[in-house]
Ligand binder design. Structure first.
Ligand code: MN
Length: 203
């Protein structure tokens, strides 16, 4: 079955004033929709992928035919990354992590501030388009990294907990060239309950 664009789990205006309504509309309805359309198009040439989850496809890119592999990396990654992005943001976002997740963050980064600085730095220093990530690595340890384009950490054996989109389309209407301002503001919309649920499921 073809992949479908998941509905945004809240209103386009729900993340105001940190992320503006028009950016959310274009980002979800145009950018994410295009990744889904182009992923489905690419998979027409990859019959073995039919019925696989997007996680399973991205975790085993060698199984994707050569002629469509890059299209699947770009558009399959785009679909996975944005689905995660909508999930881990929310209208009552911000604050600090709690429970087991908070303990793991403290153990790895000193405190929540340490994590935030590290992720903002990963996003700021990503040249061009890409993502800043908090992932669980193969040993179950938390790690901060960034990827280019729509490259997804699932393809390198890591499990994403938080992904921050640093493509210009994610922030340019409101923040123009000020990626750092966008990154600082972004932490006001993080949905820590959703991140904690991913951590509990994936660790
Ligand atoms: Mn995006």
């Amino acid at each position: 079955m073809a992949f479908e664009l998941p509905p945004l789990p809240y209103d386009y205006s729900a993340l105001e004033p940190h992320i503006d309504t028009q950016t959310m509309q274009i980002h979800h309805d145009k950018h994410h929709a295009a990744y889904v359309t182009n992923l489905n198009k690419a998979l027409e040439s990859a019959p073995d992928a039919a019925g696989k989850s997007i996680d399973a496809i991205l975790a085993d890119l060698n199984a994707v035919p050569d002629n469509v592999r890059q299209a699947v990396i770009n558009n399959g990654g785009g679909h996975y990354n944005h689905t995660l992005f909508w999930e881990i943001m929310g209208p009552k976002g911000g604050g600090e992590p709690k429970g087991d997740l908070a303990k793991a963050i403290e153990a790895n980064f000193g405190n929540y501030e340490g994590l935030r600085e590290k992720m903002n730095n990963a996003g700021l220093t990503r040249f061009g388009s890409g993502w800043a990530w908090l992932v669980l690595d193969k040993d179950g340890k938390l790690q901060v990294l960034s990827t280019a384009n729509q490259d997804c950490p699932v393809s390198t054996g890591q499990k994403p907990l938080v992904g921050i989109d640093v493509w210009e389309h994610a922030y340019y209407l409101k923040y123009q060239n000020r990626r750092g301002d966008y990154l600082s503001a972004w932490w006001n919309v993080i949905n820590w309950d959703a991140v904690a649920a991913r951590y509990a499921k994936l660790k």
